[in-house]
Write a protein that binds this ligand. Structure first.
Ligand code: NOJ
Ligand code: CA
Length: 545
């Protein structure tokens, strides 16, 4: 049976800037990243999502691009990129690049020419208005940081439109010339070997823009065209859309399988944290129930944390307050009125059992898991840093200066390494965890290895099962003739729970302990689970092959 690679992938998110500094200037680079590929291979991931690494004034960690066609010299050369991606390919690891085309940086030569010369073709690349539109104080993606979506440019003598920061003018993606540029960017990086793109701000790209326009995601035909460009040039390349959607908008983005391949599952992510906060599995089950069935070759990307705030905007006000109380009670932990700017481990009180539970759920939920650098060793956050920088501190490799990230003097680092205390590099680092068989890192490696051997979770069809205890999440994933089960206890108490496995299960093989479970009554099979305990099981009592 045809099984596209993105359904069996484990993705790992890297920000080149803060991962590993190869030349000792305090900034991460491709040389440093290439040197860590063996580490990543050991983690059993088979796809790296590279956050933006293009020339940028870096006012938004590279999501403000000044040139789409090369590598920021701070991170190396185009040659270093190619060398890295070939070394990744040699280890069976694909590379996905961030496609940030909703906006450019104000520093991009297109914008500079557009503002200077009204006759330039680049003028029409952006969205302008002589007068400040009436709704200019609405629609900011970073409320509290930005007060308007239309900023005055003294050179153009016009207002320009921007959904994100003031320094990120929106491209007019309705302009055919802009669409051609986007095609060219896609083709360029495909030619350089990437297996696809994480599409930044996708809903905003496919929206008609301009004063008086109020559509949202109202240009789906453009999504089809982008996809055609991608697929014509590389048949197995994928788009992973960054789109935080309410369930009713999902079908428009997947289409009939002719639009994006993968969508980040923000909807389930927020309900997952609600479920964790409550110690109750039902918000996860209900969230999946609310989502539409997706086309055969499409997929959800499941994650615990990203490089952004944990966005809780899709929850009700009361639900959001519950999650805030549980995981981000202090005002300084919250951001944009909707999210939490913390890493996973500190949010979960550095409780190993809970951290394992969270990872185990992410690895088994219907979809493709996406890990973020640092979470595999339980890194913490630095709330003294601004906005989302709190969770973007350098990777902690060893208990050596700068946590092994860089040999530069500490003052020259792109962001400070977390030192001291429970989450400091002295305690939390790769080298120490590699030597400790009981470490979180070794546990994550074991689970990702197992996950690779159980394709049913990613590529199969999944159903949630009836349980006698609402704290327990039980799921069956089926691929062809074989079925696997995942059972998770979200509560802090041990449970004995009856699960309706459905008919046809006469034995279960515990994939974590290698023990057989006899099944007398599949309709009421009893499991015992520790506080925050979890089980992965294969039906048939037979081989794990
Ligand atoms: C979404 C990215 O994840 C975020 O980090 C960035 O600030 C915005 N898009 C703007 O590109
Ligand atoms: Ca460097």
């Amino acid at each position: 049976m045809e099984r596209p690679w993105h359904k069996s992938a484990i993705v790992y998110t890297v920000d080149v800037e803060t991962f590993a500094d190869g030349n000792g200037d305090g900034i991460g680079d491709f040389q440093g990243l290439a040197g860590k590929l063996d580490y990543l291979a050991g983690l059993n991931i088979n796809c790296i999502w590279l956050q933006p690494f293009f020339p940028s004034p870096n006012r938004d960690h590279g999501y403000d691009i000044a040139d789409y066609y090369t590598v920021d010299p701070r991170h190396g050369t185009l040659g270093d990129f190619v060398e890295f991606s070939q070394a990744a390919r040699d280890r069976g690891i694909r590379v996905i690049a961030d496609l940030v085309v909703n906006h450019t940086s104000i520093d991009h030569p297109w914008f500079q020419e557009a503002r200077r010369d009204e006759k330039s073709k680049y003028r029409q690349y952006y969205v302008w208005s002589k007068d400040k539109p009436a709704n200019a104080d609405q629609g900011m993606v970073f409320p509290g940081k930005e007060k308007t979506t239309w900023t005055w440019d003294d050179c153009a003598k016009r207002y320009y439109y921007h959904r994100f920061y003031w320094h990120q003018p929106d491209l007019d993606t309705g302009n055919p010339a802009v669409r051609n540029e986007i095609d060219k960017i896609i083709k360029c990086w495909l030619q350089l070997g990437v297996s696809g793109f994480r599409v930044d701000a996708l809903p905003f790209i496919i929206t008609s823009k301009g004063p008086g326009k109020s559509g949202f995601g109202d240009c789906p035909e453009y999504l089809v065209a982008m996809r055609q460009c991608l697929s014509w040039h590389r048949g197995d390349a994928v788009f992973m859309g960054e789109a935080n959607l309410p369930p009713e908008q999902v079908p428009m983005y997947f289409g009939e399988g002719d639009r994006v391949h993968v969508i980040f599952n923000f909807f389930v992510n927020q309900h997952f944290f609600l479920a964790l906060a409550r110690g109750d599995a039902r918000p996860i089950v209900d969230a999946y129930a609310a989502l539409p069935k997706i086309p055969e070759f499409c997929q959800w990307a499941n994650f615990l944390r990203t490089h952004d705030e944990l966005d809780l905007a899709r929850l009700t006000d009361a639900e959001r307050q519950e999650v805030f109380r549980a995981f981000g009670p202090e005002p300084n932990m919250q951001l944009y009125g909707r999210g939490i700017r913390r890493r996973l481990a500190p949010m979960l009180g550095n409780d190993r059992a809970r951290i394992e539970l969270a990872h185990s759920i992410m690895l088994t939920l219907p979809g493709t898991p996406v890990l973020r650098y640092g979470d595999e060793i339980g890194m913490g956050e630095n709330l003294a840093l601004e906005e989302r920088d709190s969770i973007r501190t350098p990777m902690q490799w060893a208990n050596t200066s700068n946590g092994g990230f860089s040999t530069a003097p500490a003052g020259r680092l792109v962001l400070p390494v977390i030192g001291g205390g429970e989450f400091g590099y002295e305690k939390v680092n790769v080298a120490a965890q590699q030597r400790d068989p009981e470490s979180l890192l070794n546990w994550v490696e074991k689970m990702t290895r197992l996950r690779m051997r159980v394709p049913e979770f990613g590529a199969g069809s999944a159903a949630f099962l009836e349980t006698s205890d609402p704290a327990v999440l039980a799921q069956c994933s089926t691929l062809g003739p074989s079925s696997v089960f995942a059972v998770h206890n979200l509560s802090a108490r041990g449970v004995e729970v009856d699960v309706n496995l459905g008919r046809g299960v006469d034995g279960l093989f515990d994939l974590l302990t290698n023990r057989e479970h006899e099944v007398r009554s599949p309709e009421r099979h009893r499991f015992q689970l520790n506080p925050y305990g979890y089980l992965w099981l294969r039906s048939g009592g037979g081989n794990d092959t």
